[in-house]
Ligand binder design. Structure first.
Ligand code: CO
Ligand code: CO
Ligand code: CO
Length: 316
């Protein structure tokens, strides 16, 4: 992807505050002194069989990139690809799932566009507002910060197990609950705690997104591996080898940036390289803000920011 993007001309605009380039979650554009718009787009093929649930997951995932930038979702548009030989009832269910999530996010769904496609695809483009002084990006993590994560990991592994009919109802419920959860509260927490950096954990897995954050901030992030939250069942499926291809890609791409201290031989490393669908927010907050952490029980402390040691991540 990076090679493809490098051939696109760079657009310069003094009001474009976040654009292509640093693997951030969305574009940010200043429209007035203090008012910035966040614009994002995300869609994918079904990851669960139930159409309504798929709609919810796709919408939560698209909305997440606005939350990751510290924004408030305002307007959403549907992006739909759908085969003509499938029942339109399925599409209605997908769209209803998406619409219900937009409603939950207190944003407005204002239309969209659909095309005929061999395989269903669904997602959204979401526009949000953010105070220009409070934009959260994946650079800016500071030495001494605490690293927090708002959702447990392992959705890629559990979805792989579900596809192979290797996972039961309990794991299905657990992973769906994680994937349909909005990152609204986590974003609120990040703003309230004056996060120095923030991103959502998606395709690159925890280690990939953390490595980007550390690189853009020129720091080293230390993870306390015992504290990494994992969705119930994911460790078992990972130990059975039910690991998505993306996790291996992430491992080979990011491994040289990580001092693993032996953890690469353990199952927990598969969890941390696992690509997430609609994952949680990863944030770097000043230590002093940790006082109010008890008000956000879903946020888990998983690491600390140290001065750059030459590698981007150390596992302890
Ligand atoms: Co993102
Ligand atoms: Co995205
Ligand atoms: Co159109």
């Amino acid at each position: 992807m990076a090679q493809v993007l490098s051939k696109i001309p760079i657009f310069e605009d003094k009001n474009l505050l976040v654009g292509l380039g640093k693997a951030d979650d969305a574009a940010v554009y200043r429209v007035q002194d203090n008012l910035c718009v966040v614009q994002t787009l995300d869609f994918f093929t079904p990851i669960v069989d139930d159409p309504y649930t798929f709609g919810q997951v796709a919408a939560a995932n698209a909305l997440s990139d606005v939350y990751a930038m510290g924004g408030r979702p305002i307007l959403a548009l549907n992006i739909v690809g759908f085969p003509s030989n499938l029942s339109p009832d399925i599409l209605s269910e997908i769209l209803k799932g998406g619409a219900d999530k937009v409603k939950e996010a207190k944003a407005v769904l204002a239309g969209g566009h659909s095309i005929e496609d061999d395989e269903p695809k669904y997602g959204m483009s979401v526009m949000g507002f953010v105070d220009c002084d409070k934009i959260l990006t994946n650079s800016g993590a500071k030495e001494g910060d605490i690293i927090l994560l708002s959702k447990p990991l392992g959705s890629g592994i559990i979805n792989t197990a579900l596809k192979g009919d290797m996972a039961g109802e309990k794991s299905y419920k657990a992973v769906v609950e994680v994937m349909i959860k909005l990152n609204d509260k986590a974003s609120e927490a990040a703003l309230e705690m004056h996060a120095n950096a923030c991103t959502d954990v998606t395709g690159f897995g925890l280690f990939g997104h953390a490595a980007e954050m550390a690189e853009n901030s020129d720091v080293t992030i230390e993870f306390e591996m015992k504290r990494i939250p994992v969705i119930e069942g994911a460790m078992i499926y990972a130990s059975m080898g039910l690991i998505p291809g993306g996790a291996y890609k992430n491992r080979s791409f990011y491994k040289d940036k990580i001092k693993d201290n032996g953890y690469f031989d353990q199952i927990i490393s598969d969890i941390c390289f696992d690509p997430q669908t609609s994952g949680g927010l990863l944030m770097s907050i000043p230590e002093a803000s940790a006082d109010i952490l008890d008000r956000y029980p879903e946020l888990v402390i998983i690491g600390r920011v140290k001065e750059s040691k030459g590698y981007r991540i150390e596992l302890l």
